[in-house]
Design a protein around this ligand. Sequence first.
Ligand code: GDP
Ligand code: MG
Length: 300
Amino acid sequence: MVEEKAFKSGFVSIIGRPNVGKSTLLNALLGEKIAIISDKPQTTRNRILGIVNKPGAQIVFMDTPGIHKPMHKMNEFMVQTALRTYNEVDIILMLAEATTPPGSGDQFIIQTLSKVKTPVFLLINKIDIINKEALLPLIQQFDKLYHFSEIIPISALKKDLHGLLDAILKRLPQGPQYFPDDQLTDQPERFVVAEIIREKIFELTKEEIPYSSAVVIEEMKEDPEITHVHAVVIVERDSQKGILIGRGGSMLKQIGTHARQDAERLLGTKIFLKLYVKVKKGWREDERMLKDVGILTERD
Ligand code: GDP
Ligand code: MG
């Protein structure tokens, strides 16, 4: 009998200065556009998930907001989102630009990696617009700054990824298939919308409310003109529900409006967002619930 090779899976975080090409890389890896790209830094506000299936393996990529020194509160929040993923993932892909030597922005990121045990690959991106001779000195400069597990020159734009997927597969641990392969396009959008709602709760409410809240997308239906989204915010106590809804529903309305505007911009479609609040005592101890709000969004 032939023994079946164990399934491999894992999470891979894509980090780097704003504008280095993180979202472009994610789209290149997926072969379809799920992350928005722009020449304006900080377009990506949230972690965006992308799933790549290979025979016997599944890789879940996370695009993160660009990491930079926090200047004000909003930035600080975005930087924290990126840093938090370091220890939750199996591999970190750090992007840098081939067009410039490592600068203070790259060095800031490298500093944040100093205590990280997760393997870090350095991807030197945009090699389509440099001279070949410039590459080796650049690799040497980066090599002095950190013990990267791999250094791979790529062009995300031209989809020139030079063995990146194989290098990732080699280091992927054994693990389950997290996502069914037929939900690839739908799942990231749900995740993005849930994350946007969560972000608005963080921005608009105080104290323990954001930490006690989870967002589940119950339904997401795309019509030609508009996407209908039913989302539930789950909290732990009645008092929290009251605060989230606010006087005459004002808080929930504000969260919904802000979230809808961002989601429309991010997904490039009109959205009808219906938002509810439900109390589920102890949801943070409930494994099923954690699955629901973490990655899997299908419900019982
Ligand atoms: P992010 O902020 O790191 O997510 O960067 P984006 O993916 O939004 O890309 C920022 C800009 O760099 C966009 O104008 C991209 O088209 C461009 N870009 C990304 N990758 C490459 C590449 O490999 N080569 C070139 N020439 N441009 C790239
Ligand atoms: Mg981006």
